[in-house]
Design a protein around this ligand. Structure first.
Ligand code: AKG
Ligand code: FE2
Length: 333
């Protein structure tokens, strides 16, 4: 496959972080300022085998099964706009199908407006009792959330601001998305827009994530490439038993680019590839305005409040124009 250089990411060890808080905090800040990507070791509660089994269980089902939870964009019989299943779309350079869900807003929470599809209730596939797909994934969502909160506490310590500085952004209703992904091999010739330099083919074109922080399970598949500081692409070496962490535009922008939202892409490996990203995102009304650090340090230009939801919606629909987002309706806020 790719002839890009293979490189090892820096390691953030969450077990070590318990006893060596300051050192780990300094390391994570250094890594996010310079690379924007890291391996996360010793994630408490993560079950890679279970996540793999979920991918196999779901993606091996026939299309009629998946269609029942397919987004309205592709199945007008359904009401779900945002959560659920999206299929492979012909002629898109992003060759993937996925199931996405979130933590539901509690039934007694009336503060969310009905047309705010960011908080749409997740839709789940039918189960016959032989495999606990929903129960397992919901518990892994919480593992990912808690892991992100710990990483953000370490970021805050390393930045010299109070440890809980980022927590409010996610309480009580994060807009995070948990996605299981399948990249089926191209059938026939890939479309011209999937071809990149050196005769290579992508299954996810280069991009930065729009969210706050991403935790990615790659099941030891190759194919993930990251742009390095010198502009050259390098393949991320597989590290069994680790997550890959990177930050997205939201976090980077809040810190005036101090932390890097690094460009990355997925190269066609000629095989069925599976991965499981968790996209940590603030609550809809979370203040993600620029110059965040000045709130705590009193230094630099003043912080400008800005809500996460409207900002990210505009970015996804009108700037990035992802095929799975561009038809989503505007939300009055
Ligand atoms: O599948 C992967 O390894 C990466 C996927 C990715 O970059 C994304 O979904 O944003
Ligand atoms: Fe990504």
């Amino acid at each position: 496959m790719s002839d890009a250089d293979v490189f090892e990411l820096p390691v953030i060890d969450l077990k070590e972080a318990k006893s060596n808080r300051k050192e780990t905090a300094a390391k994570i800040v250094d890594v996010l300022e310079n690379v924007g990507f890291a391996y996360i070791d010793n994630v408490h509660g993560i079950d890679y085998k279970g996540l793999w089994d979920c991918c196999q269980w779901f993606f091996s089902k026939p299309m009629e099964f998946k269609k029942k939870i397919m987004r309205k964009q592709w199945n007008p019989d359904n009401e779900n706009l945002y959560r659920g299943y999206f299929p492979v779309v012909k002629d898109e350079p992003s060759r993937k199908e996925a199931f996405e869900f979130a933590r539901d807003v509690p039934a007694d929470d009336n503060s969310v407006s009905a047309n705010n599809w960011f908080y749409e209730k997740s839709t789940w596939p039918e189960e016959d009792g032989s495999f606990p797909f929903r129960e397992f994934l919901q518990s892994q969502y919480e593992v990912m959330h808690v892991t992100c909160m710990e990483l953000l506490k370490l970021c805050a310590i390393g930045l010299g601001i109070p440890e809980n500085s980022f927590m409010d952004l996610f309480n009580p209703r994060p807009c995070s998305t948990f996605r299981i992904l399948h990249y089926p091999p191209w059938e026939g010739a890939p479309p011209s827009n999937a071809h990149i330099e050196d005769g290579k083919v992508v299954t996810t074109p280069e991009h930065t994530d729009s969210d706050f922080m991403t935790l990615l399970t790659t099941f030891q598949f190759r194919g993930l490439e990251v742009m390095q500081a010198d502009g050259k692409w390098a393949e991320v070496a597989v590290r069994p038993g680790s997550l890959v962490m990177n930050i997205g535009d939201t976090f980077s922008r809040m810190l005036g680019g101090k932390f890097k939202a690094t460009r990355h892409r997925v190269i066609d490996i000629g095989l069925d590839r599976y991965s499981v990203p968790f996209f940590l995102s603030p609550k809809f009304e979370g203040d993600i305005g620029v110059n965040f650090l000045s709130i705590h340090t009193g230094e630099g230009p003043a912080h400008k409040p800005e809500k996460f939801g409207p900002w990210v919606l505009h970015t996804m629909k009108h700037q990035k124009k992802y095929f799975e987002y561009k038809v989503l309706p505007e939300i009055e806020d």
